[in-house]
Design a binder for this molecule. Structure first.
Ligand code: SAH
Length: 464
């Protein structure tokens, strides 16, 4: 580490900005977030700086006076002229200020990091000048990660510190703060109910301890595989979870987003062959939530599509356990994205059908053939092994054999494979190209193809 990160005390101190142009204005914008008094030394001021001076937030000097740098915490220099820059740097340094000369790293005592501001929570990112672009992209990632209301909640917690010290025994304080920053009070605050959040914190302080965590189950959509196709809410639930039950199709990369000490339990659900019977999963998630734990049931894609969410919801409700669905990106969306083609296309397909080639053993198969009408795109889940059956039934239902079928295996993952073929010969094409499960078959029966096939039928029946 060539540069050591520190936070400088700014209250009651002065920051001097030497220069009155755009660069000076940029640095001033940063300093404005602090409590420092701002002094700008420049012949001329850009309109933004002039406005600040007019409002009284900054003072303006046309030249540095002997006392300009007294009690100066930090001095930014951006006159645009090297000789002037160095002269100011010498003056500031002699007065004990930390100096930053814009665009002249060799004359800097300190560098400005990329900042994620959730005041009083501040994250500073530095790359020692090696990769400023990387620094900015890390900033963007952290911006996404930290709730926009984190700062105001941290400030509220800060105002209650004395009360906590007074009412909550030292041995329970850590548990209290853990609850405060991960429990229901922060949740309320996040959703915009600041008063309810404050009331909850104060009620807990009055009882002398954090309330017992209420267990809850979140059915979380893990998306099709790629870790950046999780929603922000899914990531948050993973980070809050005490225990995570996950399926075969959930990518290990996704699990890495979970809290390190969360229990991870593989329930190994294979399509059509369940390593764990569903009722065992239902009983277990309910039992864990019943102990007050936050349970995540992580399912591939969207939990509400071929995910047996209904059974888990029923089990939770029967036991009086709170349960929610966190939606995810379903495999059909990922398959369309992999082909860079939308699921619905104006004028071509305006109906979208989600269906399956495999049902519960013993159940009657869904009859999707009446849905296979011109203007329809159909996504078949769990259908690779049933491709011959899908092909025959659709052809039988009058879908033209030259309809496009797109097949995407392991969409969005490193194992992704794509094939664009036709309905006639679909099963053979899948075999020839070794397209294996998990895969989506996307059958596109456009309006134009419908009209054409009607025309052909009429011709062959001698009507035209
Ligand atoms: N809830 C999931 C579907 C679970 S059923 C969702 O919304 O996506 C399992 C089937 O989903 C697989 O047989 C396959 O048809 C499909 N599937 C899941 N992940 C997939 C992926 N990455 N690529 C292609 N198909 C996938």
């Amino acid at each position: 580490m060539k540069n050591f990160p520190m936070f400088l005390r700014m209250s009651g101190r002065r920051v001097v900005i030497c220069g009155g142009g755009t660069e000076a204005a940029r640095k001033t914008r940063l300093v404005l977030k602090t409590e420092a008094s701002i002094v700008i030394v420049a012949d001329q001021l850009d309109p933004e700086l002039a406005g600040l001076v007019a409002s009284g937030r900054a003072t303006h000097l046309t030249q540095a006076a002997p006392d300009t740098f007294d009690n100066c915490a930090l001095c930014f220099i951006a006159t645009g002229d090297e000789t002037a820059d160095l002269a100011f740097a010498a003056l500031a340094r002699a007065a004990g200020a930390v100096v930053n000369v814009v665009d002249r790293p060799e004359h800097c005592d300190a560098f400005t990091p990329s900042i994620v501001d959730r005041d009083p929570v501040v994250v500073a990112i530095g790359t020692e000048g090696m990769a400023p672009v990387l620094g900015r992209s890390i900033k963007t990632d952290i911006e996404v990660m930290l709730d926009p209301r984190l700062g105001t909640f941290a400030a509220l917690a800060g105002r209650l510190r004395d009360a906590v010290a007074e009412r909550i025994a030292p041995a329970s304080r850590r548990a209290f703060w853990e609850w405060a920053f991960t429990g229901d009070a922060f949740d309320k605050h996040r959703k915009g109910d600041e008063h309810a959040a404050a009331d909850m914190l104060k009620a807990a302080i009055a009882t002398g301890a954090a309330p017992e965590n209420k267990g809850r189950i979140s059915l979380v959509g893990a998306g099709p595989g790629a870790r950046d196709l999780l929603t922000l809410r899914a990531v948050r639930r993973l980070q809050e979870a005490d225990v995570i039950f996950y399926d075969r199709l959930v990518d290990p990369e996704v699990l890495e987003l979970a809290r390190r000490d969360a229990d991870r339990i593989y329930v190994g659900k294979e399509v059509g062959a369940h390593a764990w019977p569903q009722d065992r999963i239902d009983r277990l998630i309910v039992a864990e939530a019943g102990k007050g734990l936050r349970v995540v049931r992580l399912k591939s894609g969207d939990p509400s599509i071929f995910g047996r969410a209904g059974e888990e919801i029923a089990a939770a409700r029967a036991a009086g356990i709170e349960i929610e669905i966190v939606p995810g990106i379903t495999a059909a969306s990922a398959a369309a994205a992999a082909m860079t083609r939308p699921l619905t296309e104006r004028g071509e397909t305006d109906t979208f059908v989600i269906t399956t080639g495999t049902c519960r053993p013993g159940d009657a198969e869904p009859d999707w053939t009446p849905l296979a009408r011109p203007g329809t795109a159909m996504a078949f889940y769990m259908a690779v092994d049933r491709a011959a059956h899908v092909e025959a039934n659709l052809l039988n239902a009058g879908v033209p054999g030259d309809c496009t079928v797109e097949v995407v295996c392991s969409a969005s993952t490193r194992r992704e494979r794509r094939l664009s073929t036709h309905l006639s010969g679909l099963a053979q094409a899948l075999e020839r190209h070794q397209m294996a499960s998990p895969a989506i078959l996307l059958v596109r029966y456009s309006k134009v193809q419908g009209a054409l096939s009607r025309h052909r039928a009429a011709v062959s029946q001698g009507e035209l």
